[in-house]
Design a protein around this ligand. Structure first.
Ligand code: SF4
Ligand code: SF4
Length: 246
């Protein structure tokens, strides 16, 4: 599969339209190696109406990130059937409204770097031109900025940046692979968010770092809960040095 990466700035334009009339329809949903961020999992499990534990069991595989040494999650696909996404149907994506960040942003990709001194993120965009995708031919014109709004990506970016912050902190404080206990805590807090909620409300984890309002909201709001989980992981796995229990 031939690929071309073209750097774009926010005001640059590109031509692209994806429709079910194209001969390539659903081609991009096969041969997948799809990474899922904690926020991707949150949206997908809610879209499917199942718990995070069930989602992970049915649809996900854990790996260790080669660069970060942190647990990472990919979508489980069947190699024998062409690694097709479990959510693709003849009519298209069955989780379209909650599809993962990398599917939403396609044909763009977002790269992020964090300035350790200022704590500020810089973002860069690239257009990924793949030979199997016919969406570039006769497509309508978009700016990168407009695409981010049209595809409703901003919230994904903000949540995914919290993961980037943790990766950066982890690389500074704990290079290499996490020990077994820290790996388990990381996976549970960020990927198995319903299990983390159960721990939070059975007082099995320290909540001193969070205010009462946040904790109350986290009971019913998964996004607030995930923000707490990011903060908890940051504080307890990569900042505090005392031993922790879960
Ligand atoms: S145009 Fe590109 S993104 Fe759309 S279905 Fe075809 S391959 Fe997929
Ligand atoms: S989640 Fe949807 S858009 Fe993404 S690969 Fe699967 S079917 Fe395609």
């Amino acid at each position: 599969m031939e690929e071309n990466f073209i750097p774009l700035s926010p005001d640059d334009t590109f031509s692209f339209s994806c429709t079910s009339c194209l001969a390539c329809f659903n081609e991009c949903c096969r041969d997948l190696n799809q990474y899922l961020t904690p926020y991707d999992i949150l949206r997908l499990k809610n879209s499917l109406g199942i718990s995070s534990g069930m989602f992970l069991k049915k649809y996900a595989s854990y790996h260790t990130g080669p660069g970060s040494g942190l647990p990472v999650v990919t979508l489980k696909t069947d190699y024998g059937t062409g690694s097709i996404c479990p959510f693709v149907m003849p009519s298209g994506c069955r989780v379209y409204k909650d599809r993962p960040s990398s599917c939403r942003i396609y044909p763009l990709a977002r790269l992020v770097s964090l300035n350790r001194e200022s704590g500020k993120f810089s973002e860069y965009y690239m257009m990924l031109k793949e030979s199997h995708c016919f969406g570039f031919k006769d497509g309508s014109e978009h700016t990168v900025k407009k695409w981010i709004i049209e595809q409703d990506i901003e919230q994904y970016n903000r949540m995914n940046d919290m993961l980037m912050e943790i990766i950066s902190l982890k690389n500074q404080t704990k290079p290499g692979e996490l020990d077994i206990k820290s790996g388990y805590l990381f996976r549970t807090a960020l990927y198995d968010i319903d299990a983390f909620r159960a721990q939070l409300f059975s007082n099995k984890i320290q909540t001193d770092d969070f205010n009462e309002e946040e904790i109350k909201a986290a009971k019913h709001d998964d996004t607030v809960l995930l923000k707490i989980a990011f903060s908890w992981v940051k504080q307890n796995l990569f900042i505090k040095t005392s031993s922790i229990d879960f």
